[in-house]
Design a protein around this ligand. Structure first.
Ligand SMILES: Nc1ncnc2c1ncn2[C@@H]1O[C@H](COP(=O)(O)OP(=O)(O)OP(=O)(O)O)[C@@H](O)[C@H]1O
Length: 621
């Protein structure tokens, strides 16, 4: 949708570059799906059409699983439960009243006699999945990694037990039969096409970007204002809806089923399909369903035994599951990201499709902003990392925090960024920082970089910065333009589409700074920004940081061991030793302070001077 203006230049597109790219990918995948359905419709027999219909239903479910697991990195065993809920709800809502009276004699009155058409039942199932998704997701997103995965397993077991126990409604473990079989090839294909679009586009939304960033690095994500719980909940609810929609189709495709159809076997098949294709992309989910469906169909022919290439084969019960498990293990071993999990198709991603950098200057911040730190302390078991520190940091000033190794500098910075909770004392940025969580501090205008770089390795350089820009900009298009502006400033615009993991060390440091600046912060906290940089890169960094400060009037607080950088760039230096501030002033004054010299040299006499100075300060009212 990029328009070419009369003078030949490229006019600004209505749609953000990421959505144009995702749209093109979706069109390509949907076209492939429709062609497959058409081929089955025109040339396939009834059995072949059933295979393609079932594959399209599974595709909807696997894409649902991908929306959650692929974006959050949390494996879910529980999605078969949502398929089951969708199937039973659809069965009850669409069954004829006459059949219900004989098959479900004890069905409660409020559930009986609806006889809804499929689409109306689907709408109800979507609503039900949103409610169940919110109820189950709210506690789930408080857990991380393997605990969350185990919780999804518990969900599967609970729903299975409820389906078996709720005999009046589900007929217990007996087959639930009599569901009208109205879902065929084209309904399944249409719903799967919608699911493809949803899964591919979700990655690029604010929630999708946030979930992927948190999956890559939770602390790094919080530092750019990402509330990972909200992003994970959004992914969970959406994926529950997609799985339940697959269940609704399954009910009307099969006509009869029982709770065991929505238990471990289905959960395993969904996961195997996703893992074989590649969990982190919608292309992976799509390809995984195709590859495994073909594999299952081939293997199934041998399961019943008979003559194969002149050999008499015995009946091999469970051969299909065995081959599926084996292919999953092979993929995990040889290609852990799956056959197509490394990248999306990205049909419209290239140098000619880079978003245009915003030419709008970031508005300078109003004067008078300050960070106030009062009696701040942090203890770790027996270690007092930061000891009763009181400081003010003004915007429009570059402050260096220096001190020997283990002095407490990073702990102090982490507390100011909301990343470490103080043992005592308060921090306020204009007003006391509300609530816990680094993401709230980032949204209040405190951006930061880390001593050990925390970029999002599996996202592109551009996406790394867009995640932060999306927190402060109104739209994805505005976030892309702002991100390009920050990347150009840091000399990284040519690497915009490269995965961040592939950048050189110095480039990754610059990317982290670009990402922090995209938050339009009032204060920028940098933990050893020049570490690992050569002299030329350090000189460039000094020029960039002072230019940014001049333009935007932001406060910069940096920890650095490179004294050349500190003395050239900083207008104020705070020296910390053993958790306490031992000097605070102009660089020239601090450099000659005996307590500072002592702290760095560690001489005994000089330590005595420090101790005396500290005692003096403590006695002051
Ligand atoms: N999570 C933690 N658990 C236990 N002790 C910690 C933790 N973080 C920091 N410390 C201790 O607190 C003290 C201060 O550490 P901190 O990393 O803040 O110092 P620093 O001045 O930043 O050091 P460096 O210049 O080496 O990075 C050290 O003794 C350190 O071992």
């Amino acid at each position: 949708m990029t328009a070419v203006a009369m003078d030949g230049s490229r006019a600004r597109s209505f749609l953000p570059a990421a959505l144009r790219n995702a749209g093109a990918d979706t069109v390509a995948m949907v076209a492939f799906l429709v062609l497959a359905a058409l081929a089955a419709y025109l040339f396939g027999n009834a059995a072949m059409q059933r295979v393609v219909t079932y594959a399209a239903i599974m595709l909807t479910a696997v894409l649902g699983l991908q929306v959650f697991s692929g974006n959050t990195g949390i494996v879910s065993f529980g999605h078969a439960a949502f398929i089951g809920l969708g199937a039973y709800a659809t069965g009850i809502l669409t069954m004829s009243a006459a059949l219900q009276r004989s098959a479900l004699r004890d069905l409660p009155q409020f559930l009986a006699g609806y006889e809804l058409p499929f689409l109306a039942a689907l709408a109800v199932v979507v609503g039900l999945a949103i409610v169940v998704g919110l109820i189950t997701g709210t506690p789930l997103v408080r857990l991380g990694g393997s605990s969350a995965a185990i919780a999804t397993l518990a969900l599967l077991i609970i729903v299975y037990t409820v389906l078996v126990a709720g005999r009046e409604i589900t007929r217990g473990s007996q087959p639930f039969y009599g569901v009208p079989r109205e879902v065929g090839l084209w309904t399944a294909t249409a719903v799967a096409a919608v699911a493809l679009a949803v899964a591919r586009l979700f990655r690029e939304t604010a929630f999708g970007l946030a979930a992927r960033a948190a999956a890559d690095d939770e602390r790094g994500a919080a530092a750019v204002g990402v509330d990972h719980r909200t992003a994970r909940l959004a992914a969970w609810v959406l994926s529950a809806v997609m799985a339940a929609a697959a269940g609704a189709m399954m009910a009307q495709f099969l006509g009869a089923f029982s709770p065991k159809d929505f238990y471990f076997h289905l959960g395993f098949t969904l996961l195997a399909m996703l893992i074989v294709g590649g969990m982190s992309t919608s292309l992976g989910a799509f390809a995984g369903v195709i590859v495994t469906t073909v594999l299952i169909e081939i293997v199934r022919r041998f399961e019943g035994g008979g003559e194969v290439l002149g050999f008499q084969m015995p009946v091999l019960f469970g051969l299909t599951e065995g081959v599926l498990a084996l292919s999953m293990i092979l993929v995990i071993w040889r290609r852990p990201s799956g056959l197509f999990g490394q990248r999306e198709l990205n049909l419209l991603r290239g140098p000619q499709n880079l978003p245009e950098a915003s030419t709008q200057q970031v508005q300078p911040h109003p004067e008078g902003d300050r960070i106030s730190v009062e009696n701040l302390s942090r203890r770790y078991a027996g270690v007092v990392a930061v000891d009763n520190v009181t400081l003010r940091f003004d915007a429009d000033t570059i402050t260096g925090i220096i001190g020997p190794n283990g002095a407490g500098k990073t702990t102090l910075l982490n507390m100011i960024a909301g990343d470490v909770t103080p043992s005592g004392g308060t921090i306020s940025v204009g007003q006391p920082a509300g609530g816990r969580g680094a993401f709230r501090f980032a949204r209040a205008g405190i951006a930061r970089t880390f001593q050990n770089i925390r970029v999002f390795p599996n996202m592109t350089v551009l996406e790394n910065v867009v995640v932060a820009a999306r927190v402060v900009e109104d739209s994805l298009a505005a976030a892309e333009a702002a991100a390009m502006r920050e990347l150009s400033r840091m000399g990284l615009e040519r690497a915009a589409h490269r995965p961040a993991a592939g950048l050189a060390y110095g480039q990754r440091r610059r990317l982290e700074i670009a990402r922090a600046l995209a938050l339009k912060p009032r204060f920028l906290l940098l933990d050893e920004p020049a570490a690992g940089m050569n002299a030329v890169e350090t000189a460039e960094l000094i020029a960039i940081l002072s230019a940014v400060r001049d333009e935007r009037r932001i406060g910069v607080i940096l920890i650095e061991h490179d004294m050349r950088l500190v003395m050239t760039l900083c207008e104020r230096i705070v020296v910390v030793d053993r958790g306490r501030v031992i000097a605070d002033g102009l660089p020239a004054d601090v450099r000659n302070d005996p307590a500072v010299v002592a702290a760095y040299l560690g001489s005994r006499t000089a330590r005595a001077v420090t101790a005396a100075k500290t005692a003096e300060t403590d006695q002051q009212p």
